[in-house]
Design a protein around this ligand. Sequence first.
Ligand SMILES: [Zn+2]
Length: 408
Amino acid sequence: MQKCRLNGKIVYAFKVINEKEIIDIEYEKKLRKASEQGELECEDCGLDVVFKFGKVKIPHFAHKNNSLGGGCSYSRETEEHIMGKKILMQLMINNYKDIYAEMRYRFDNGRWADLYFRFSDGKELAIEFQRELNSVVYWEDKNNFYQENQINNLWIAAGKREEFENILREYEFVFQHRLFINSNNNKLLILDVERKELIIASKMIAIDEEINEIIMDRIFFRAYAINSINIMPDGTIDCDYNREFDRARNEFIQSYLDEKKRKFEELECIKRQTEEEEKRINEKLERKHKEEMQRIERQPKETSNEKQENDRSDAWGEIGYSRNVYNNKHYQKKSYNEFRRNDDYYRDKVRKAILGYRYGIENLVRILLRGGATEYNLIKNIFEEEIGKGNLKAKKAFDEVMKQARLD
Ligand SMILES: [Zn+2]
């Protein structure tokens, strides 16, 4: 343990070594003397503790009688927990001159805070630093207590920067991280004790409202050297994170919009070319027709019927060929129409959901939530067609979509 009482006053073992790793020999002497004279007392159980500081072990207190200490809650702290609290406490003491700072603070009602700070204006801040938190009840109780007593609070998880470099989606988080990110204004705070870094992570989501599709859903994070940031009295972090987050998100959206614009222009160009081609062919046809009419009119009356027929069929034959060109699929704006919504559009969405595409399920759910009976029936029919063929993946995807859209 790092904290105990000497004649009722708080003393910390880590204060023997200061920030620059220089030993405060006077403080060490004071603790050793008090330890020899049996004046150090455990905060939890009130029993005697001793000061220990050897070549391997960092300065700490331990229950005099180990068998008794085994029953006290304050003897099972990990080194990471101790170091993390120390780093945070030092940061606050460095940044706020007249701050009251206490580690393992005990409130009047017996509740503990890992770190407690009182600022010169009377504002209070509690910081909880946890490696693992699996009890929702514990977390809710503590949050309610802080809220009722108007104590600002900040929850920081212990972790390593490396863990976040591979996380792309929210579901890859452990429960504690998911709990924190969803209750702290989309910000998960992680203290990497070894690197002395605070990592901030958020969900970054972008939706194209025009087509009602998720175009990005990932985890964004930044790591900050602990000495480069400041924790504000209200528990927010003073650093450039929000700016960096907005910048990255805007950059993505801008490149997406640019690409969308490029595709649209390409489409417009095809459309224009098709129309021009149509116009050109129509003009050609008209011209041919006019020429043919004029030729027939000029024909001397004595020309044989047979000859006339031949000439005529030849000429029409040519026009007929042109008509074929005109009727060719290529000139029927087909390539333009393909981009409009029809059965193919939903068929493609269902196919992607079945094949497990990224956002496949999410996009169908969004369509269903925004759409009506038409969309529902279309999607259901396409799925049933696949399920009818014995496609188990389709059954699974369909159930998931209906469940998420609350239509099951
Ligand atoms: Zn104890």
